[in-house]
Design a binder for this molecule. Sequence first.
Ligand code: AMP
Length: 200
Amino acid sequence: MSPDTQDMDLVFFGIQGSGKGTQAKRLAEDSDYYIFETGGELRKVAASGSELGNTVKEYVESGRLVPFEITMQMVRKAVMAQLNGQPILFDGMPRDEDQMVEFDSIMEEAGRDFRCIHIVLDRDEAVERIKGRAKIEGRADDADMEKVNRRMDTFEEKTMPVIERYKEAGLVVEIDGSQSEEEVYAQLKEAIEYAENISN
Ligand code: AMP
């Protein structure tokens, strides 16, 4: 990746288990992106022990979307703090249409441009991967299949329409997430070069 193709922010989409988080972390290690992992940031708030943290914890642990105001205030703060020219890679944001409207407005306010990458994976395969990940990472929201299914329902019902809207705007590049981690990563790097050349 050449430095001049890194000016654009990226928004990663993918069903839970699609490898989105793993790929985002790899890319952040290999490049200049500042990774904003929404779920991870919310888990940090949840661990703080504050009143806000306890509220967030209830949502995260049950696999429900954290309320709009809490989430979007956190995103706004993170975007506004990142005005040093470093590109941002958003993982897990926006997740529904209300968040999309607010996200678009924050990005416009901050003068930031972005492109989207969707790592596409069949739900059944995603479920199998999550079961494996739960054993390794010990995340409470991965271990309970009812919660996993709830998060996947949310992805299909609320996040897919967001991806469709961005797709209609010509901002999305899709990657086949059923390939090996290496193959997905190679395609991802190509997709970024391509995505950054899509003009508005
Ligand atoms: P993830 O690791 O992306 O599956 O996120 C874990 C949990 O964090 C989700 O089940 C939600 O409770 C919360 N979360 C992550 N991203 C968002 C978001 N954009 N809006 C609201 N809640 C979120």
